[in-house]
Design a protein around this ligand. Structure first.
Ligand code: ADP
Ligand code: TRP
Length: 335
């Protein structure tokens, strides 16, 4: 059995926040130290929502720069743009011919968009839904299968997409398996609540809740954002429950264990105010992010350098994709 290939798509929509860093970027970079990793900027997925060329161009570079600044090593990880691997789109067409339409009708993201229309009292439930959203699961299956990836680190909201990918690969294998079979991918999904970073209001940090703290806020703005996290009016000298405190939960993800244990003790004993806790939190977040923020700004000031890295990665990714598409074409009778 060939070694596992880890692959994930980076949605280049909007700026990244602390939740993305803790839940997606950090674990994926840890995996990159151990496995063969293919990480790509999902720019054609982003086209479903971004319809402005300058904005898309900026988002692609910003997405790549964010991951590079956080420590992605382009020698170790193949980092590329989805749009630079056209074999993906050829495979999408092939897989579309094998995928039942009903499967797409049942996809969560599509159903959720219809539900939103329903709740808004719109009678045409497909209003405002483009075919890109509808076909999204097939394109995502092609992203994964074109690299013969076997492990896909994603958030839990993506688990249906991975199941669909395995189903779609199964349809292909059933039909053409005597000539070529795709390996069936598995999601690498951290289901524990501990992996979810809360937002400033205590719900999961998310752009859609507008409770997020952007990853590369300038230092003074980061300090302000942390100061503004709502806390109750327990007086400084009173004991406090760390486990129901948002700043403490955030601290637990950014400070080292000893520091977290020390702060826990001080909160429980009384005498530590929320302001002190927020100072601790700012110091910990800033210590982790300041060097990355500086690297991000350096990279963004040199877009040609980012493009060069993505092009080199794309050439490597494409080599692999070509081998796979050649075998697929031969298997289905067009090659
Ligand atoms: P958002 O909810 O802000 O739109 P995305 O859906 O774009 O975030 O998430 C991109 C990646 O970041 C996914 O892998 C997701 O699991 C991870 N992620 C997002 N928010 C959090 C969070 N609050 N805690 C941990 N991981 C998160
Ligand atoms: N759909 C993923 C998300 O919303 C991004 C993505 C696109 C992806 N293609 C992929 C993730 C292939 C893993 C594998 O976050």
């Amino acid at each position: 059995m060939a070694a596992n290939i880890y692959l994930t798509g980076i949605k280049p929509t909007g700026d990244f926040h602390l939740g993305n860093y803790i839940g997606a970027i950090k674990p994926a970079l840890a995996a990159a130290r151990e496995y063969d990793t293919y990480y790509f900027i999902a720019d054609y997925h982003a086209l479903n929502t971004i319809k402005d060329a300058d904005e898309l161009r900026h988002s692609i570079r910003s997405g790549a720069a964010t991951w590079l600044a956080c420590g992605l090593d382009p020698e170790q990880t193949v980092i590329y743009r989805q749009s630079s691997v056209p074999e993906t789109f050829e495979l999408t067409t092939i897989l579309s011919a094998l995928t039942p339409k009903g499967l797409m009708n049942r996809a969560h993201a599509y159903k959720a968009a219809r539900d939103r229309n329903n709740e808004a009292g719109i009678t045409d439930l497909d209003a405002g839904i483009n075919m890109g959203l509808y076909n999204y699961p097939i394109l995502m299956a092609a992203d994964i299968l074109i690299m013969e990836a076997t492990r896909v680190p994603v958030g839990r909201d993506q688990s249906q997409h991975i199941e669909y990918t395995a189903d779609i690969a199964g349809y292909f294998n059933h039909r053409f398996g005597s000539a070529y079979s795709f390996p069936l991918p598995k999601g690498v999904i951290d289901d524990s609540d501990a992996s979810i970073l809360p937002g400033v209001d205590g719900r999961k940090m998310s752009k859609s809740y507008d409770n997020h703290i952007p990853l590369f806020l300038p230092e003074n703005k980061l300090k302000k954002a942390i100061r503004r996290i709502p806390t109750d009016s327990t007086p400084v000298e009173d004991p406090k429950d760390p486990d129901t405190s948002v700043p403490f939960q955030l601290l637990a993800h950014f400070a080292d264990e000893d520091r977290v244990a020390d702060v826990r003790k001080r909160l429980e004993a009384g005498g530590m105010g929320w302001g002190d806790l927020k100072n601790e939190l700012f110091e910990a977040v800033n210590a982790e992010l300041a060097p990355k923020r500086a690297r991000y700004e350096e990279l963004m000031a040199e877009p040609a350098r980012i493009d060069e890295i993505l092009e080199a990665g794309s050439a490597r990714a494409r080599e692999r994709a070509r081998e796979v598409i050649d075998r697929v074409r031969a298997a289905i009778g067009v090659g």
